[in-house]
Design a protein around this ligand. Sequence first.
Ligand SMILES: Nc1nc2c(ncn2[C@@H]2O[C@H](COP(=O)(O)OP(=O)(O)O)[C@@H](O)[C@H]2O)c(=O)[nH]1
Ligand SMILES: [Mg+2]
Ligand SMILES: [Zn+2]
Length: 306
Amino acid sequence: MKATVVRSTGSWYRIRKDDGSSCDARIRGKFRLDGLNTTNPIAVGDRVECNNDEEGHEVITGIEPRRNYIIRRSNNLSRQRQILAANLDRAILLITLAAPATSTGFIDRFLLTCEAYHVPALLLINKCDLLEGAEAEVEAFADMYRRIGYPVMLISALHEEGLEPLQALLRGKTTLLSGHSGAGKSTLINRLIPGLDLKTGAISAQHQKGKHTTTFAEMHFLDDPEGGAIIDTPGIRDLGVVDLEAREIGHYFVEFRPLLNQCRFHNCRHLNEPGCAVLAAVESGTVSAERYYNYLSILHNEDVFR
Ligand SMILES: Nc1nc2c(ncn2[C@@H]2O[C@H](COP(=O)(O)OP(=O)(O)O)[C@@H](O)[C@H]2O)c(=O)[nH]1
Ligand SMILES: [Mg+2]
Ligand SMILES: [Zn+2]
């Protein structure tokens, strides 16, 4: 029977079969797909074939080709890679502009990752109830991303404001939800899937940080006739691209893309090269200086992505 992987710990997997039942399963055989060398051969979102073995245990025996996937490093120090999730229709970054503000550096790294893995990205500003009186700043922030093509939506998960347009986007789709601890991911998922009752609040976030345990993404299904699922990434701080060449980074800053073949040098890094079209666009204000600085910071930390 076919099933979807909803949780993957590396040694066993939680799967939901297409008949709606859920169970734990192990894998048998080799699963080295796409030539990827990762710690987990099967990830949340994977579509698999499962069977009962002689002892009545559920075994994953096959996997369907992935439409896409996001890979990250297992942790900051390790070179090992982990498939965070597969077969995504969209990735949402839940951010806050207050209490505390998510940095654009973090946001731009997330967007870079989504571009590198061909997953459409959306920025979701939470805690809008705390932003009264700051409408102009919120608008300027949203505009910086909207004008380069990223949708930006505003909600208050706590007060259930702005959720309908979001629900329309989630319906029938598989969506990765990412964001700093404390941004409100669990609060939002609880609103979207009543009865789920994920733990929320600063205490649980702190608790998670203290434990230093490996955390795993988990898929939660929407209660909707059209289907759809959210992949929660609790405790995952950064998606983090792996194996990115320095000259690829500019390509994944979407607003740089149309400028790249206008730079005088084909291997231009857009640092200080003469005839650089990106630098000219930053100077004229067509490209946001903030985005450009974040590009530089990513470029100079390029080993972070290796
Ligand atoms: N003011 C306000 N607080 C919120 C909102 N959404 C979540 N919070 C609070 O932010 C804190 C962290 O939320 P939580 O869902 O645990 O964040 P997570 O770590 O991303 O899962 C909790 O105290 C929530 O009550 C919101 O829309 N407005
Ligand atoms: Mg949480
Ligand atoms: Zn250039």
